[in-house]
Design a protein around this ligand. Structure first.
Ligand code: GEK
Length: 252
C-alpha cells in the first residue's frame, strides 16, 4: 500500500484560496503532488544520486536544503561510495521533517553493503536562511530557493559557497521565468498541459496557481546564473530543463 494519498487538495471549488503552505495536508499527498506537477522530477532526483557518486568526498558532509520527504537525501545515500559521509537534511516544516524521519527509517536499506560506506543522515527542522554549512562536498537546493524571499537568496547562496570545500558542487533546481513574454506564456501552457495529462483539472491548476502566487517567486535563468557567480561559484550552467523547470550545477 502506498504511504501517501493522491493529491486532490484543489479539486473542489474553494470559496477562498489561501496561501500555499507545507502543512500536514500537503505532507499527506506530497510525493503524488510533486511527481504530477514538476516535469522531470524523477530524472533530477536520479541525477542527484549520480552527481553524489561523482562529487562527494570522503569524510565530508552533504546538505539537502528544503529536503521535504527526503527524496534527494535517499538518492544521495544510495549512491555515495566513499567513507565517513554525513548527510544533513534540513526543512523548516515540522510536518515534513516528521514524515521524512519515518520515510528514511522505512527505506533504511541494505544498499551500501560495505560497512565503512554507511552514510549517516541528520534531520534538522530549521530555516536554511540561518544555516551554517561546514566541510561540504555537495549541497542540494531542489526546488527550495524559489520559496525564499528574493532579498535573502544571495545570502543563502553565499553561506553555501562558504561551507563548500574547493571542488564542491551545488545543485540548484527551480521553476523559472523567461524575459520573452510569448516564450514565457508558451512554457506555462506546456506545463499546464503536462499537469492536465497527469490528471489535474483546469480548476485544480487555476486554484493551485493562485495559492502559489505570493509564495513561489520564480526568476530567470540569467538571474540565477549571475547570482551564483556573484556568490563566488566559478563554473555555473544548466544541466536539465523541461519547459519552465530547470536545474543548474554550480562548482566551487
Ligand atoms: C525534493 N527538495 O523532493 N528553510 C527550510 N526549508 C524550506 C524553506 C526554508 N526557508 N522554505 C521552504 N522550505 C524536495 C522538494 S519542496 C518543492 C522541495 C515544492 C521547504 C518546504 O517546507 C518544502 O518542504 C521544500 O522546501 C520545498 O527534492 O514543493 O515545490
Amino acid at each position: 500500500m502506498p504511504d501517501h494519498k493522491a493529491d486532490r487538495l484543489y479539486a473542489d471549488p474553494l470559496a477562498q484560496v489561501s496561501q500555499f503552505a507545507f502543512d500536514q495536508a500537503v505532507v499527506e499527498v506530497f510525493p503524488d503532488m510533486i511527481k504530477r506537477s514538476v516535469p522531470g522530477y524523477a530524472t533530477i532526483i536520479n541525477m542527484i544520486g549520480d552527481l553524489a557518486e561523482r562529487y562527494v568526498q570522503p569524510a565530508s558532509q552533504c546538505y539537502d536544503l528544503g529536503c521535504s520527504l527526503g527524496a534527494a537525501t535517499l538518492a544521495m545515500r544510495r549512491r555515495i561510495r566513499v567513507p565517513q559521509v554525513r548527510i544533513v537534511a534540513v526543512d523548516n516544516s515540522p510536518a515534513m521533517i516528521e514524515r521524512c524521519q519515518q520515510h528514511l527509517a522505512t527505506k533504511r536499506l541494505a544498499s551500501n553493503p560495505e560497512p565503512e560506506m554507511e552514510v549517516d543522515v541528520e534531520l534538522r527542522c530549521a530555516d536554511i536562511q540561518s544555516l551554517t554549512l561546514e566541510n561540504a562536498s555537495m549541497a542540494v537546493l531542489n526546488f527550495t530557493l524559489q520559496f525564499v524571499p528574493l532579498s535573502q537568496r544571495l545570502s543563502v547562496l553565499e553561506q553555501i559557497y562558504k561551507g563548500l570545500n574547493p571542488g564542491g558542487v551545488l545543485i540548484l533546481s527551480e521553476k523559472v521565468v523567461f524575459d520573452d513574454e510569448p516564450h514565457n506564456e508558451l512554457m506555462i501552457e506546456l506545463h499546464h498541459n503536462f499537469k492536465r495529462a497527469n490528471g489535474y483539472s483546469d480548476l485544480e491548476i487555476a486554484q493551485k496557481r493562485s495559492a502559489l502566487e505570493q509564495v513561489l517567486l520564480p526568476e530567470s535563468l540569467a538571474t540565477h546564473r549571475s547570482r551564483l557567480r556573484h556568490a563566488g561559484f566559478s563554473s555555473v550552467d544548466v544541466w536539465f530543463q523541461c519547459f519552465n523547470f530547470a536545474s543548474l550545477i554550480a562548482i566551487k
